[in-house]
Ligand binder design. Structure first.
Ligand SMILES: Cc1cc2nc3c(=O)[nH]c(=O)nc-3n(C[C@H](O)[C@H](O)[C@H](O)COP(=O)(O)O)c2cc1C
Ligand SMILES: CC(C)CC(=O)C(=O)O
Length: 405
């Protein structure tokens, strides 16, 4: 009997769990804590993972699974599997080649890549490394529309297929290890997409600063207003500019759609409820990602896999519904699809791959998941993505009682 794997194994690393363990030994403490932690006690982060264990697969047999097609269409491109690389900030912390290594691995593995606004590589350099492999730009809409507008224009010019507006971060979640470690991006790295703006602004700022009475001079984190809210008027750092508490459906989605024009889609990332999924449709977005930011924002929020079925039922296939959070095995991809997701995204596993072996490590990460997913499809008795449905799952409650969906 042939093994389902199409590629050679790395005998030291046969699972994403092993990849995580290798990476943990390689990364420095600040980076490991920043990448791996969730908000507050981390319960939502853990529940994202545990949610997958509540479901078991009902395999069907004698169905000729000799020709399995794992490919999925995204932005008119044939992705090798229904999985993409979610945007994660500051990848050069994991490996010196950072986002470039990720882009090259995605291209080689034929997998769509999401680039964080807070990448340590410019969106143009990533686009060049990606060639004709599709990319999406994750966007935090800043209070200064100028910063956002420039970024959108650059993404359009560089051929990005979509922007993913992250909507679960109106205020940055509380990450205790980050606070305790006093997280700082080492000086030799830059939040590359803003580096030019920063240099231009710095001169102006220094002049303004000198003109200001001593008592009103800003701290390095920005100004605090009367409500102790950081005013994002200072340098672009993720403690100030990632969070924009003023975002709303009415004012921002319309603006964003206009800026993106007809050739770059607008998605929202961070939907957790049917109500918001319906609002997304009402406001004309092209797709949604059910996400809780990998458990890094509202601790105590639902696991994304638990949030998914309600959203799928509300959307009724009018727009694509994607999901991320806690996907660590090919069977997790299968379960998410069976619950109605069209596509999934992975965050931390790619960072672990990067830390382990740069581009090669990201390829390994994607290959493991692709092989596991293909094997799962074959052993569950299905050869087409579109046939994966809730008929392939049962749900177990806490007492072990099994029910059909
Ligand atoms: C270190 C780290 C940085 C992240 N940076 C961003 C970001 O810049 N923008 C964003 O929308 N989401 C960001 N995310 C969230 C991911 O896009 C994704 O939603 C999440 O990682 C999925 O969960 P998983 O890590 O369990 O796969 C980040 C996640 C991590 C772990
Ligand atoms: C720049 C940060 C806000 C990136 C992020 O989204 C995260 O660390 O979760």
């Amino acid at each position: 009997m042939a093994n389902a794997s199409t590629t050679p194994h790395d005998l030291n690393c046969l699972t994403i769990d092993e990849l995580e363990a290798h990476a943990a030994k390689i990364m420095d403490k600040q980076t490991r804590d920043y990448y791996n932690e969730g908000a507050d006690s981390g319960s939502t982060l853990r529940e994202n993972l545990d949610a997958f264990k509540k479901y078991r697969i009902r395999p069907r047999v004698l169905r000729d699974v000799s020709r399995i097609d794992t490919s999925a269409n995204i932005f008119g491109h044939k992705n090798s599997i229904p999985l993409g690389v979610a945007p994660t900030a500051m990848q050069c912390l994991a490996h010196e080649e950072g986002e470039l290594a990720t882009a090259r691995a995605c291209k080689k593995m034929n997998v769509v890549m999401g680039l964080s606004s807070f990448a340590t590589t410019t969106l143009e350099d990533v686009a060049e490394a990606s060639g004709d492999n599709p990319n999406v730009l994750q966007l935090y809409l800043f209070e200064s529309r100028d910063h956002s507008r420039k970024l959108i224009q650059r993404a359009k010019k560089a051929g990005y297929k979509a922007v993913f507006l992250t909507v679960d971060t109106p205020i940055l979640g509380r990450r205790n290890l980050e606070i305790r470690n006093q997280f700082k991006l080492p000086k030799h790295f830059k939040i590359a997409n803003f580096a030019q703006d920063e240099a231009e602004k710095e001169g102006e700022r220094q002049q303004e600063e000198q003109a200001r009475p001593q008592a009103q001079r800003r701290s390095s984190a920005g100004y605090l207003d009367g409500d102790n809210r950081v005013q994002p008027s200072g340098p672009i750092t993720f403690h100030t500019h990632a969070a924009n508490p003023t975002l709303s459906w009415e004012t921002d989605i319309e603006w964003l759609k206009k800026e993106c024009g007809p050739n770059m889609q607008v998605w929202v990332k961070g939907i957790a409820t049917a109500e918001d999924a319906l609002l997304a449709i009402e406001h004309g977005v092209d797709g949604i990602v059910v996400s809780n930011h990998g458990g890094r924002q509202l601790n105590g929020a639902m696991a994304t896999l638990d949030a998914l079925p309600d959203v799928v039922a509300a959307v009724q296939k009018r727009i694509p519904v994607h999901v991320d959070g806690g996907i660590r095995h090919g069977t997790d991809v299968f379960k998410a699809l069976a619950l109605g997701a069209d596509f999934v995204w992975i965050g931390r596993p790619v960072l672990w791959g990067l830390a382990y072996k740069g581009q090669e490590g990201v390829e390994l990460c994607l290959r493991l998941l692709a092989d596991e997913f293909k094997l799962c499809m074959g052993l569950a008795g299905t050869i087409k993505i579109k046939d994966i449905s809730k008929d392939y799952l049962v749900k177990m409650d806490r007492s072990g009682f099994v029910s059909r969906l």
